[in-house]
Design a protein around this ligand. Structure first.
Ligand SMILES: NC(=O)c1ccc[n+]([C@@H]2O[C@H](COP(=O)([O-])OP(=O)(O)OC[C@H]3O[C@@H](n4cnc5c(N)ncnc54)[C@H](O)[C@@H]3O)[C@@H](O)[C@H]2O)c1
Length: 466
């Protein structure tokens, strides 16, 4: 290992801690090249960072936005410091040639890439001596995993593509631009204008060799899905079938799929857990559920390692990447359109629900938190296993709360027009995120204020000057 001595001579060395439970590396006090970054993360925050001499620049770049949670995989020679969780940073650096022991003697996952996540009771340790094969978790390309982002010209995909780039990943975006935008694809990502419905073209892209796929490409308008279900089944289900075929034929064996909490339909219990009955009430949710089943069998039969993430409303932005849907059905952008004078008022559907203020309560998750979950799930994927995680912020917010926060953030009165309930709208839809919290250490970090403020900054940045 080449020591990081020269870089360390110029900058304070970040202090990082390996969480004994999940073998995550957590920045407790960092330096991003511009100033100390210690205030933004604290011990126990489930962010995986590795400060690696050979990839120091990308790691330092990543440290500038530590909540992104992109992680390099631990590997021999990583320049990390060990520290028991919950303790202040009195630490001893690893020495040259140290190997991070993983999984208490269990073999590292293979032959794919990725960290050996240590389960409960497992541990992390340092083995001094000759590096063994278990320490080599990352694969041949130490510069970063190569990830295909389908739908990366869309809202969520473009944000996650940017997060991947910030974390030093090699990114290729595949998108047919049916609802996405070419200029949303981050600089630094290669772009393939391809539809997943074109199997040959999809295989050609996958032939470039990928460590994993984050699959966002889909049609996702509930109303449209009920008018043209065939379009949704063809695009979403057939498109994903092609993707799975191409991944299999090209040897790409990791997938994270953007499923949806719409797979549950009207839940008997909230918050909704992963073992709740799935009974989608619209064709959109039904296509996602069908895909989830397809992925499960692909894992079983062909050794894919996959995660499906189910969530409700995504909001917020990452700099110049935010929500730009031609048909906008999401509350936060609609409320902000009122603030921008593009709509007269926001309609509040139902004010007599059994909720504290009578309006419906929904789950919102910041797109950056969501991106972090995708990256954690990608890294944790295991051959032959399909895991499902619900993602939510734990509580949910009522329509009135969202409008009030938007008034506060924008300084605009945002008129609201109370109208009757919409048929089939449940009073509360909130996902339980305990499973992903326990297994991957993920939890939502951003507040509703963050979501609205970031979405507002994005919306204003897209207004013509003057
Ligand atoms: N936005 C939300 O609140 C939310 C909530 C739950 C789940 N999701 C899921 O997250 C994913 C991304 O959502 P989004 O809001 O970013 O949507 P989006 O419409 O902004 O992005 C989807 C992208 O996929 C592309 N695409 C669609 N079909 C394609 C195909 N056949 N081949 C190639 N590209 C194709 C589109 O051009 C677009 O760029 C979707 O799968 C959606 O179902 C979104």
């Amino acid at each position: 290992m080449a020591p990081a001595a020269s870089a360390q001579a110029q900058t304070p060395t970040p202090n990082v801690v390996i969480s004994p439970r999940y073998q995550q590396v957590v920045v407790t006090q960092g330096y991003d090249g511009y100033g100390p970054a210690s205030s933004v993360v604290c011990a126990g925050t489930p962010i995986r960072w590795v400060v690696r001499s050979t990839a120091r620049l990308s790691c330092l770049a990543a440290l500038r936005a530590p909540t992104v949670g992109v992680c390099a995989t631990l590997q021999e020679g990583d320049n990390v410091f060990e520290l028991p969780a919950q303790q202040p940073a009195t630490i001893e650096p690893l020495r040259d040639g140290d190997v991070l022991r993983r999984d208490q003697g269990r073999p590292a996952p293979g032959p794919g890439h990725g960290p050996g996540r240590t389960g409960p009771g497992g541990g992390t340790g340092v083995v001094r001596g000759t590096p063994g094969p278990a320490a080599r978790a990352r694969g041949p390309d130490d510069a970063g995993m190569k990830v295909l982002v389908t739908g990366g010209a869309g809202y969520i995909g473009s944000v996650v593509a940017q997060q991947l780039l910030d974390g030093g990943y090699d990114v290729v975006v595949l998108d047919d631009l049916s609802t996405g935008h070419r200029d949303a694809v981050p600089e630094g990502a290669a772009f393939e204008e391809v539809s997943l419905l074109d199997l040959d073209a999809t295989e050609r892209v996958l032939a470039g060799g990928f460590d994993g796929v984050l699959h966002f490409a889909a049609k996702s308008l509930v109303g449209e899905s009920m008018e043209r279900p065939e379009l949704y089944y063809r695009n979403n289900v057939c498109g994903t079938l092609n993707l799975l075929d191409a991944m299999r034929s090209q040897g790409c064996r990791r997938l994270v799929f953007s499923s949806t909490a719409a797979t549950y339909g009207e839940p008997a219990q909230v918050p909704i857990r992963e073992d709740a009955v799935t009974s989608p009430t619209n064709a959109y949710g039904a296509t996602k559920l069908a895909i989830d089943a397809m992925i499960s069998f692909e894992c079983l039969a062909h050794g894919l390692g996959a995660a499906s993430l189910r969530y409700f409303n995504v909001a917020g932005a990452l700099g110049p990447r935010g929500e730009r849907h031609a048909v906008e059905t999401h509350l936060i952008p609609i409320v902000l359109q009122v603030a921008l004078g593009q709509r007269d008022a926001v309609a509040v559907f139902g004010t007599d629900y059994p909720t504290p203020d009578g309006t419906a309560v929904r789950d919102y998750i910041h797109v950056q938190d969501l991106g972090r979950a995708h990256l954690l799930a990608l890294e944790a994927s295991r051959a032959g296993k399909h895991v499902i995680y619900n993602l939510g912020n734990g509580a949910g917010f009522s329509v009135r709360e969202v409008v009030d926060v938007a008034r506060e953030v924008t300084g605009h009165p945002i008129p609201a027009r109370d109208t009757g309930r919409r048929a089939g709208d449940p009073s509360v839809l909130v996902a339980a995120s305990d499973r992903i919290q326990q297994e991957l250490g993920w939890q939502a970090e951003k507040t509703l204020q963050d979501m609205v403020a970031d979405a507002w900054a994005f919306a204003r940045s897209r207004q013509p000057a003057g």
